[in-house]
Ligand binder design. Structure first.
Ligand code: C5P
Length: 206
């Protein structure tokens, strides 16, 4: 069974996907990390984020084993990931990798922006997770402050709004809910309550 969890930055989709995967004993892939890894590799090589051919070459050679890198989770790399994710060559290269992950025996849980629409349109379970931009900015602010990254709430809110616009307006695999996705608004839910709601969305007996 493939479980597709999509939604905007800091909506709670990553935490939810990890918990569902642990609960079901299935592997989990945070697909945002793939785009972040491509962006980080470009920056490390001194290449511009607009270099679509260079970005696609990096995406084709991406090693999933490098996704543990702490630097991937910074604010700068989130923004850079959104810029490289518009290149169709990058998306195409990462598509195969994501589909292979989803095709594991027993299934998998994937979270991102286009899992239910493009990567795994046949997924048995699709959940589209949202929360208000202000609540998402509060969460991201707490997370980055906890990591010691200097930032302000207003800057994070501006980042989030800019990324929402770019991710939903790009022509290649824009962020949007699949027609058959269940919607989960986590604005006033903590992680436990969101997890409980998501469990109700799984088919009986899993
Ligand atoms: O989810 P996360 O914030 O780590 O994603 C970073 C960026 O990667 C997003 O803003 C988006 O542009 C891109 N992304 C994507 N498709 C996915 C996952 C992430 O385009 N499936």
């Amino acid at each position: 069974m493939v479980i597709a969890i999509d939604g905007p930055a800091a909506s709670g989709k990553g935490t939810l996907a990890r918990r569902i995967a642990a609960h079901l004993g299935r592997p989990h892939l945070d697909t945002g990390l793939l785009y972040r890894a491509v962006a980080l590799a470009l920056l490390d090589r001194g290449l511009p984020l607009t270099d679509s051919a260079g970005a696609a070459r990096i995406a084709e050679a991406l090693d999933v084993a490098t996704l543990e890198e702490d630097r991937l989770r910074s604010r700068e790399i989130g923004e850079a990931a959104s810029l490289v994710s518009v290149h169709p060559g990058v998306r195409g290269a990462l598509l195969d990798l994501q589909r292979r992950f989803a095709a594991q025996p027993g299934g998998a849980v994937l979270d991102g922006r286009d899992i239910g629409t493009v990567v795994c349109p046949e997924a048995e379970v699709k959940i589209y997770v949202t929360a208000s931009p202000e609540e998402r900015a509060r969460r991201r602010f707490r997370e980055l402050a906890g990591r010691g990254e200097p930032t302000t709430f207003d800057d994070i809110l501006a980042d989030i709004l800019r990324r929402d616009t770019r991710d939903s307006e790009r022509s290649a695999a824009p962020m949007r809910p699949a027609a058959d996705a269940r919607h989960l608004d986590t604005t006033s839910l903590d992680a436990d309550a969101a997890f409980a709601r998501a469990l109700d969305m799984l088919p009986a007996g899993v």
